[in-house]
Design a protein around this ligand. Structure first.
Ligand SMILES: Cc1cc2nc3c(=O)[nH]c(=O)nc-3n(C[C@H](O)[C@H](O)[C@H](O)COP(=O)(O)O)c2cc1C
Length: 198
């Protein structure tokens, strides 16, 4: 049966990068809810960025262990989910720092060729749109392959319910569609990526 062949295939591995180092980050809660929506479609592991030192080219030749860990987490992933707040109409410094470490040193860009889904939430009316636009520009420049469409989420207190799921049905359906498309996108690209890495 085709279905049994399909179900035995390993699930793609997703690295989840939350662009906030805040303990009660609403973006981390959103990321956790998205991972729940993707259950059975991908395996997700959160790649922490809050303990990465400030990027400094002077230490590129002797990477700190936290940076090595982060780059290895990216390298193992078939795709990356980035869920970010907006800081001053752009990418938060903590996320930009992680992006720079992921991209360096020259020739060791961990982002290149990875499929990615970018989303994020903020209490503002345009729900992190400008941060996402800047991020798209940066990640495209680094060679990521971005899922099409725009997923700007305005944070409201009931966005995530007490069970950690998206509370509002329309928002849940909207985001579930992105998660499904992302899972399909990563699954389609994973064999090609694994073959080129072998
Ligand atoms: C330094 C700073 C700058 C901010 N700039 C923006 C902004 O440009 N647009 C926006 O919608 N919210 C902005 N906010 C509000 C954040 O959206 C809000 O703090 C949100 O909770 C951050 O997400 P997090 O909880 O995942 O860290 C800013 C917050 C901080 C601390």
């Amino acid at each position: 049966m085709l279905s049994s062949t399909h179900s035995s295939a390993p699930l793609p591995r997703i690295a989840v990068v939350v662009g906030s180092n805040r303990r009660d980050s609403i973006n981390r809660k959103l990321a956790q809810a998205l991972v729940r929506l993707g259950a059975g479609k991908f395996e997700a592991a959160f790649a922490r960025i809050d303990d990465l030192p400030m990027f400094n080219q002077d230490i590129e030749s002797n990477l700190p262990p936290e940076v090595v860990r982060f780059k290895n987490e990216l390298a193992r992933a078939d795709g990356v989910l980035i869920v970010t707040p907006e800081h001053d109409r752009s990418i938060p410094a903590a996320l930009k720092n992680a992006i720079d470490w992921g991209a360096r040193p020259w020739g060791k860009n961990a982002w290149i060729g990875k499929p990615a889904f970018i989303t994020g939430t903020s209490p503002g009316a345009i729900g992190s749109a400008l941060a996402q636009q800047h991020l798209r520009s940066v990640m495209t420049g680094l060679g990521m392959i971005l899922l099409g469409g725009e997923a700007y989420v305005t944070f409201k207190p009931d966005l995530i319910n007490e069970h950690g799921n998206i509370g509002d049905d329309n928002t849940k359906k909207f985001l579930a569609d992105f998660v499904d498309r992302f899972a399909g996108f990563v699954t389609a690209l994973a064999p090609a990526r694994q073959a080129s890495a072998a």
